[in-house]
Design a protein around this ligand. Structure first.
Ligand SMILES: CC(C)(COP(=O)(O)OP(=O)(O)OC[C@H]1O[C@@H](n2cnc3c(N)ncnc32)[C@H](O)[C@@H]1OP(=O)(O)O)[C@@H](O)C(=O)NCCC(=O)NCCS
Length: 330
């Protein structure tokens, strides 16, 4: 079974609720129908009732099967406005700004998750990554013990060292451009949690660099070493090693030579890249040269799940991301 089929199976068993903030968008409506047909989650759509009604007719979605909410008409609207004013008081948000903000589907959807009326929100078929993330960061905040929101990509490599469909998580490939050591450590912790939530596999984390165990000296290497020190101090339970070049991280024979005694022994399943350039380039290279499937970005480190979509996504992509997002609750 592919990693994604396994994820859908796990999502089905959890019977969770997903809110799709872009309810007036055809791919989202199609996705809602598919999520219900595949019994992945219960669905709430945010948007104008009559617009959603028209699209539902066109795409064979029975509105009796979903919850539709138009933010200003919701009985929860005033409560969420007051909540946002409290959350954003350090920014001196006015009542008028808060009312306008909560009327926006991205913020209202995040509030539904915050108030446990949904388990995860998904958007980004229309909105930009920045807008989706900003709403999630402001309303949901960070997971306990995590210093930054970040992302990872699930990379399914069709064949690697005698193994078919080998799955790696790569981080960060989409959100934090130049993480400091504390942020890099948080990216590793979040990715480990993502692996446990999505795949139930024990994380084996490699903190990547152009140096292996002191083979080169540079401030960029020091950053990775400092992140590793933080991880060892704060999370002694994690199986993590660094700084490692990628061959010492994923090839046991190379690990024996370059990093003898490494706890991950060349068998890492999580690769933490030192910055966004490296992470983004690596995932695209793996996708193109190794014919791997890249699933993501999977947003991690939020107190409760919210996930972004690519604006070029298909309805099927929205279904996949919805399954992932519901599992990110743990
Ligand atoms: C996360 C993101 C939306 C923040 O953008 P921004 O609004 O310009 O960022 P700011 O620096 O003004 O910060 C806004 C708020 O978010 C917080 N914040 C920003 N980045 C954060 C992160 N990674 N984790 C947690 N909080 C973050 C800031 O602390 C700030 O909080 P405040 O409003 O309470 O003071 C931005 O980093 C982004 O767009 N990232 C995505 C990059 C991208 O598009 N990648 C391509 C996708 S493949």
């Amino acid at each position: 079974m592919s990693a994604l089929s396994e994820i859908k199976e796990r999502a089905r068993a959890k019977k969770r609720r997903v809110v799709l903030a872009e309810g007036c968008e055809p791919r989202t409506i199609q996705a809602a129908r598919m999520i219900l047909a595949e019994r992945i989650a219960a669905v709430t759509l945010i948007g104008n009732q009559s617009e959603i009604g028209k699209l539902a007719d066109q795409h064979d979605l029975n509105l009796a099967d979903v919850t539709v909410v138009n933010p200003p008409d919701s009985p929860d609207y005033d409560e969420y406005v007051a909540d946002l004013m409290e959350l954003r008081k350090h920014k001196k948000i006015t009542a008028d700004e808060a009312r306008k903000t909560i009327a926006m589907p991205l913020y209202f959807a995040a509030m539904l998750v915050r108030h446990d009326k949904a388990d995860a929100s998904v958007a980004g078929a229309v909105n930009t990554t920045g807008d989706v993330l900003r709403a999630a960061i402001q309303v949901l905040g960070l997971m306990e013990g995590i210093r930054t929101v970040s992302s990872c990509f699930m990379m399914t490599v069709p064949r690697y060292r005698d193994e078919e469909n080998r799955v790696f998580l790569y981080a960060d490939g989409a959100v934090v451009p130049n993480p400091n050591p504390e942020q890099l450590a948080s990216i590793a912790v979040s990715t480990a949690r993502t692996m446990q939530s999505l795949l139930g596999t024990e994380p084996r984390i490699a903190m990547l660099s152009f140096s292996t165990k002191g083979s080169a000296r540079h401030a960029d290497v020091d950053k990775v070493v400092q992140a590793l020190d933080i991880l060892k101090k704060e999370h002694p339970e994690l199986k993590v090693d660094g700084e490692l070049q990628v061959d010492a991280a994923i090839v046991p024979e190379v690990a024996k030579k370059k990093a003898p005694g490494s706890v991950i022994a060349g068998d890492a399943n999580i690769l933490i890249f030192p910055d966004l350039d490296a992470g983004n380039i690596a995932y695209k290279l793996t996708q193109r040269l190794a014919n791997a499937t890249a699933t993501g970005p999977i947003i991690q480190g939020l107190a409760k799940p919210a996930n972004d979509l690519s604006r070029g996504c298909s309805a099927e992509d929205i279904v996949d991301v919805a399954a992932i997002a519901t599992l990110m609750k743990g």
